[in-house]
Design a protein around this ligand. Sequence first.
Ligand code: ZN
Length: 130
Amino acid sequence: MTEQPCPCGSGKKFKACCNLYLSGQAYPKMAESLMRSRYSAYAMGNLAYLRKTWHPETYPGFNADDLETQWTRLEVIKSKAGLKKSVVEFKAWYTENDQEHVIHEISLFKLYKKRWVYLEPLPSWPQADQ
Ligand SMILES: [Zn+2]
């Protein structure tokens, strides 16, 4: 598996990309890398990593059954890095009953205990003060 292309679509091998984060060898320094690694965690059903990278205030407490979705592709559309908050807009494709679906989200990430974590989806891009 580690020789395979990374699920996040970076073009790198998994072992040289999100596996560094999913295995705990490193922690993403940028919100966009965190977002990509969280996509890989969804794609691989790594619940522990999703929990670790979710802000405790908004963590939904889901279980492994919620990770059955077949994720097929990720596209990061736009990201904006801030000092304490970052925003990443992405599309993620998945298949269900042989149909392809897409999720389009603008995600808010926050610095929490000096690490980027996922906070919540936003209805639209925030104003420039973010
Ligand atoms: Zn990756």
